[in-house]
Structure formats: C-alpha cells, structure tokens
Design a protein around this ligand. Structure first.
Ligand SMILES: [Zn+2]
Ligand SMILES: [Zn+2]
Ligand SMILES: [Zn+2]
Length: 451
C-alpha cells in the first residue's frame, strides 16, 4: 500500500507535541491548505427533514424514506448512497419508536464499525493519518469518562446488535475513546450543530489558541484554510476549542478533553486575559480580589454546567439552557435566569467581559427560540464588537454573530444595518470558507434581494 500524501503539507514529529502536520509550501491567508472527505458522518436527529442524510444539502421538499419516514433525501441517488449506513437504523427506528435514542457518538461509532468491515484500503480521508492510529488516551480516562464510555457501549449493544457485528468490549471501549478525542462536530454558517464526523487527516493537526488555519464544512467534507501566512517548514495549527475564554479556562478545557497543556503564544503571554476578564472601574470602592475570584468561580460553574448538559444530551448549542432545566421551565423563565445572572455578574464585570458575553449569547439563543427578534437583536448588538476584539482576526464565531445580526436586521426591515453586518460576515467568510462557498453565495443573494 503506498501513501500518496497531501500536496503542500506533510506529517512530521513536532517537538514536544508528538506527530503533527507541517507545510511544505507557502500558503497565503485564505488559501485552501487541504480538503478531507469524511471517513464517516451522521446527521443530527434535530436536523432531519431540513438536510439530506447523505450529502447534507439543505433545502425544502426533500423526500423521506418510505419505510421509517425519518430520513430525508435529495433524490433516489442520495437514498441509495446512504443505504449501507441508514439500514443500521431504519428498521430499528420503526420497532423502537420513541424509545429509539442512541447518542450521536453511538450512531457514529456504529457507522465506523460498518465502514471498517468493508473498507480495507486506506481512504481519501486518511492520506496522512489512519483512523487506526488515533490516540485514545485510555490511560488518562477518569471515572466519569469511563462511565460515559460504558453507557455508550451498552447503548450500542442495545440499539444495534441486530444489525451489526459488534467487536469485543475492549476494542469498542478504545474506539469510543478514540472518537471522543478525535471526532468533529459539523456546523453550518451560523454555527448550528448539523452532525458528527471523523476526518482523520484533519485530526492530525495539533492545537493552538492562535491557529493558522480554520476548518469549515462543505456538505459532509471538511476544508482547511489558512488564516495566517504559513511558510514552508512551519507547523499547521488548528484550534480545538472556543477561543473566547481566558487562558486558565482554555487550559482546563484542553486538559479535560484532549489531555495536554497548551504552550502557544496566547497561553504563555496571556495578552488578552485582562480585557477578557475586565472589572468595573467606577465602583465606589474597588472590589476585593476574593470577591472577584468568587464571581469568576460562579461564572465558570454556570458555563461548565451548560457544557456538560450539552455533551450528555447532544442538543443544539442554542438550546442547551433548556436542557439544563429539562424543559420544565418556560423560555420566559429561562430568559429571566440569564438576566439575573447578568445582573449578578454585572455588579463587578463590565459588559465586554467574556463571562457577561457568554450569558448574553445564551439569552440571545433563548430570544431566537422564542422568536423575540428585537430581544435577540438587543443582545447581538452588545456581543458583536467585543467578540471581534476577543477572538482572532478571522473567526467563525465572529462571522456567525455578524451573520445572525445581519439576518435579524434584514427581517426587521433595517436594511442599511443589515447589509453592513452581512458584508462583515462575508469579509471573514471569504477567507474562512473561500469565496466560492455556497454559504457566501447565499448571503450575497439575501443582500441583493433587498435592493
Ligand atoms: Zn442529497
Ligand atoms: Zn428509513
Ligand atoms: Zn494556547
């Protein structure tokens, strides 16, 4: 078997980091470094009917699978193309009905097991790294992760044993661990969750909090574009996490999910931390450091609670407030919870403090869910400028915030502001997604239609 590699980059041993990817040629900002088809992927349950299960095309009028009436396709070709994977779930969904509820990770792993059986040659997704080589970090897994892994293993047996030749528990446990630290979530242009996938070559890139590439998706494929100039010999770094938060929070997140300590420039200089955690200056007396620390702990706890709830239940980011309260509280109450925590933190933190922004983002999500467009706009307007200060120059979080804001303005007939915000989104997306991406074309069309 010969390894054809990828033109312009190569696998190498990165000092202190293990294997990684480095450039063998020069890349300008916005250049496509490489593209990687998914080795395996799965559409999230919440997006059924809105996207084709096979190619992830988003449009109205998709046709549904006649048997389960749950999966939707562009046409017969897409349905045929998807059958080898969909057959794992089609009749099971019919017989289990509402009790069919494997997690997205379980659904993805079931597909990987099928793929590994039929695919013996290396795929186009594994030109630099094969799935078999994924790190599992089995030795570093704590009790909580171990329990989650056991739950997933049990669910796989429960929902798939009839349709799948399931490997031994040791193999399965390792596979879940590998997918947990090497899997990707696919998001759309507004960062709404579309599904989960494995892209082995993309997973080979190491992390930096000041990444020189961004990963975006076109259909079910991943594309890696330069967001900083990259010279031959330089390592190519992707970011694994949300870069909004201060160094200590990022470190904790990376340690917990990916088992390493980041030593990038941002993490050593902490240059953005002060602005990210800015304290009010016009208080009658400056707050005690303990008081500030207490508030930071409070903020981190709130964020962590949401993150875990999302992780366990696999719900759209926008909706995870609802999950925390198990859908028992009406949205208006949830909005009140956001506002109360903003009030509490606002006694110490300025409005551009990232913990304030986090809660405003949640509140905006609730407003969008409630179709309270003015409310969503009010939060979005407060978020977008501090976002562009705290995040790197080219950021999907900033682009998607401008995009949401622009679409809200357009919907509310505020066309001048709308066009301005959409243009800001396009300026970032031209680099991150490439000028040819259909998302960019769609936004341009939205701008033209209003003239
Ligand atoms: Zn399709
Ligand atoms: Zn079906
Ligand atoms: Zn870092």
């Amino acid at each position: 078997m010969k390894c054809e590699g990828i033109e312009g980059c190569e696998r190498f041993l990165s000092p202190g980091k293990g294997r990684g990817v480095r450039a063998t040629k020069h890349f300008e900002v916005g250049d496509l470094v490489f593209a990687c088809p998914a080795y395996c992927y799965v559409l999230t349950v919440n997006e059924r009917g809105a996207h084709c299960e096979f190619c992830f095309t988003r449009r109205e009028g998709l046709s549904k699978c006649g048997k389960c009436k749950q999966a939707y396709y562009c046409n017969v070709e897409c349905q045929k193309g998807d059958w080898s994977m969909h057959k794992l779930e089609c009749s099971a969904m019919c017989s289990y009905g509402e009790n069919w509820c494997p997690s997205e990770t379980v659904r993805l792993v079931a597909r990987i097991i099928v793929k590994q059986k039929v695919q013996t040659e290396p795929t186009q997704s594994e030109r630099l790294l094969s799935l078999k080589e994924f790190e599992s970090h089995m030795d570093k897994i704590d009790n909580e992760k171990n329990e989650m892994n056991q739950t997933d293993t049990a669910a796989l047996h429960h929902f798939y044993s009839k349709y799948l030749d399931i490997p031994s528990n040791d193999v399965l446990t390792e596979l879940f661990a590998q997918v947990n630290c090497n899997g990707f979530t696919i998001e759309d242009e507004e960062l709404s969750h579309l599904g989960s996938a494995v892209f082995p070559d993309v997973a080979l890139m190491n992390h930096s909090c000041s990444p020189n590439v961004i990963v975006t998706y076109k259909g079910t494929g991943a594309e890696v574009r330069a967001v900083q100039k990259i010279s031959p010999g330089e390592e190519i770094f992707n970011s694994y996490i949300d870069l909004l938060y201060p160094t200590e929070d990022r470190m904790e997140r990376l340690k917990d999910s990916y088992f390493f300590t980041c030593d990038c420039t941002e993490c050593t200089t902490k240059s953005k931390d002060k602005a990210k955690m800015e304290i009010r200056q016009k208080l009658s007396a400056p707050p005690e450091p303990e008081e500030v620390q207490k508030m930071v702990v409070y903020a981190r706890n709130v964020i962590e609670e949401f993150r875990r709830a999302k992780h366990y239940k696999n719900i759209l980011p926008i909706h995870f407030l609802f999950v925390v309260l198990d859908f028992t509280a009406p949205p208006s109450e949830l909005l009140e919870i956001c506002e109360l925590s903003l009030e509490k933190m606002g006694s110490l933190f300025v409005e551009t403090n990232v913990y304030m922004l986090h809660m405003m983002y949640q509140a905006m999500g609730v407003c969008l869910y409630m179709q309270d467009w003015d409310g969503a706009l009010k939060y979005g307007e407060k978020i977008v400028h501090p976002y562009s200060v705290h995040y790197p120059q080219y950021s999907l979080n900033v682009a998607s915030m401008y995009l949401k804001l622009g679409r809200l303005y357009m919907g509310l007939e505020k066309k001048t502001q709308g066009v301005k915000a959409l243009q800001k989104a396009i300026d970032i997306m031209n680099i991150a997604f490439g000028k040819e991406h259909h998302y960019v074309a769609e936004i341009k069309k939205e701008m033209d239609e209003c003239e």
